[in-house]
Write a protein that binds this ligand. Sequence first.
Ligand code: Z5A
Length: 223
Amino acid sequence: MIRGKFITLEGGEGVGKTTNLAFIKDYLEQRNIPVVVTREPGGTELAEKIRQLLLDSKSEAISEQAELLMMFAARAQHIKHVIEPALAQGNWVLCDRFTDATYAYQGGGRNMKISAIKWLEDFVQGSLKPDLTLLLDAPIEVGIARVRERGALDRFELEKISFFENVRRAYLLQAELYPARIKLIKANQPLIEVQRAISDVIRTLPGLHPLNCSSSSRHGIIK
Ligand code: Z5A
């Protein structure tokens, strides 16, 4: 069995990760690639419970250390029970956020020690790294305006603007450090242009089958 590829989507609030995950799933399935879509924090029963605790704006104040450890506790479950088995069975895994989010939010946003994050990354992931990361980037006002339109805000969305500026800066630093893996996508443009940029990157991945014509005409999306 050929191992599948691990693709992650990253970026600040409201940049369009969830929207474009659906687009990529469609794009790959049209090329007969089996896809598993998942998210972090979350993706297993236990990890989704940790997610609820992390996002609850009414919970007791969560210490920065606890927040970091909860992210990695959820990730450990997710890797063991979802990501690794899916990849081993030849599925491509599309994940809404992964460890770059920890560098951005806990490292950049909360100013936690990068060396602690790196240690936890090695401990929890071993050699597992995404094959490709799409970093959707837009000025923070754009994403925040999109999220506010949606209604009630979670514990992270209630943070100050300076927090989101630090998160964005840390994401861009990750992209600078790992240019072969992390591809920057301008998210502050019409969705069709964002998806064109995404498909330009995805189509360069080795292992893609030719387009399945019946489904391409059904969906009518960018090839
Ligand atoms: N977190 C962390 O701190 N550390 C970690 O290690 C991890 C996570 C893994 C939960 O994430 C929180 O966990 C997150 C970081 C933290 N903090 N927050 N907040 P999440 O992924 O669930 O939360 P999110 O980033 O807020 O997701 P989101 O609000 O759903 O944003 P999105 O998925 O990027 O956007 P979307 O839902 O696809 O799009 C938002 C709206 O914009 C929607 O109405 C779209 O139709 C619209 N949209 C999308 N693209 C466009 C374009 N191009 N033009 C116009 N409108 C658009």
